[in-house]
Ligand binder design. Structure first.
Ligand code: PMP
Length: 388
């Protein structure tokens, strides 16, 4: 019998180098392929399904919403969008306004456009940073291999080494419209900057009248053990962007601007048909309820710390470091090819991913059971065979 896995390559573009399995069902922190094989989902659709797959409250909220008011276009307000905006702002504890998008890239496109309305054009971003694949977001991204085939890219974006306080302070000047950084670089292999780095970048931006934007697409909504990663350091960004975990599996993104920055976009300046789609908003509201009720911020911290300790306790010669915060973690390797290790892990029933030749990233649902994390750690040594 021909499987979906046989069929996909004839029907779908191979822009992801898709592994040879086809998933058909998910529940909690587990997904199942077309043969019925179970996998522990340590990636959650890349930091998306924070409350797990098919959470009954998300299913109910989405079903009720599509049966009540499925879409209104962004030209009309609807109750769920307003409620979600208010809830997100309340979580920041600051005055601001929300613009809804459909993805992380789109949320960053909005930030990019807002920055242009300051009257300045220069943007400072970081080497290794990832902000999405649309042309504007790709210009902010600091990964030449992803950018070079698509040049020229829009904007006047200056990239500086991530985590280097002196370099970023030197790059920010009175021409700078916006500084945009990830609080932790996710796609670059879960790179955590040194303490004080983000604050120094923020202070330099503010000193020069530039916007300080944080891309919380991967770190936001409880992933690192706080609603937003910037709250660990009590920062005051002018813009944060969100997507991924926010919708619990439905496509939604948000660009939140604080203070006067929130009023830069006027009527007719920006938009997208599905922005604030009621079904995605209903899912996002359910996610916020679940994170609050089940204290998934605390869970992310406790389980992330446990995972890091358990991996370190393996004392495996091929593991050089476990880094990250909450349930956004990377295991760095030496002498082992991370893509090969990732394939072996998949064959053993664990879905993680390799963010580079020597880094395995783990960003599971925050509801994952500790037993599943322990099973993953127990499976690691077999997956870490020497490079072939
Ligand atoms: N910013 C960050 C920090 C991301 O990790 C990602 C996705 N990996 C994006 C932006 C782009 O989000 P999307 O894929 O939803 O466009």
């Amino acid at each position: 019998m021909t499987t979906y896995t046989d069929r996909w390559q004839h029907a779908m573009m191979n822009n992801y180098g898709t592994p040879p399995i086809t998933l058909v069902r998910g529940e909690g922190a587990h997904v199942y392929d077309e043969q019925g094989r179970e996998y522990v989902d340590l990636l959650a659709g890349i930091a998306v399904n924070i409350v797990g797959h098919a959470h009954p409250k998300v299913v109910e909220a989405v079903s009720n919403q599509i049966a009540t008011l499925g879409h209104v276009s962004n030209l009309y307000a609807h109750a769920g969008g307003i409620e979600l905006a208010e809830r997100l702002l309340a979580l920041t504890g600051r005055d601001g306004k929300v613009l809804f998008a459909n993805s992380g890239a789109e949320a960053n496109e909005a930030a990019f456009k807002i920055s242009r309305l300051t009257g300045r054009t220069k943007i400072v971003a970081a080497d290794g940073g990832f902000h999405g694949r649309t042309m504007g977001a790709l210009a902010l991204t600091g990964q030449p291999a992803k950018q070079d085939p698509f040049r020229p890219l829009p904007g006047e974006v200056v990239h500086v080494p991530y985590g280097d306080t002196e370099a970023i302070m030197a790059a920010i000047d009175d021409e700078t419209a916006m500084v945009i950084l990830e609080p932790i670089q996710g796609e670059n292999g879960v790179v955590v900057p040194p303490e004080g780095y983000l604050r120094a970048a923020q202070d330099a931006a503010h000193k020069h009248g530039a916007l300080f934007a944080l891309d919380e697409v991967q770190t936001g909504i409880a992933r690192t053990g706080a609603w937003f990663a910037y709250q660990h350091e009590d920062l005051q960004p002018d813009i944060i962007t969100l997507a991924k975990g926010m919708g619990g599996g439905l496509p939604i993104g948000a660009c939140i601007a604080f203070g006067q920055t929130a009023d830069l976009l006027g009527p007719g300046s920006h938009g997208t048909t599905f922005g604030a789609n009621p079904v995605s908003c209903a899912a996002a509201l359910a996610v916020l309820d679940i994170v609050t009720a089940d204290d998934l911020n605390a869970a992310a911290k406790a389980k992330g710390d446990h995972l890091a300790e358990a991996v370190e306790a393996l004392d495996h010669p091929a593991i050089t470091e476990v880094r990250g915060r909450g349930l956004l973690r990377a295991i760095t390797l030496t002498g082992v090819d991370a893509p090969q290790a990732h394939n072996r892990l998949r064959e053993a029933g664990f879905l993680a991913n390799a963010t580079g030749p020597d880094v395995i990233r783990v960003a599971p649902p925050l509801i994952i059971e500790q037993a599943d994390l322990d099973r993953f750690v127990a499976a690691l040594p077999d997956a870490l065979q020497e490079k072939k």
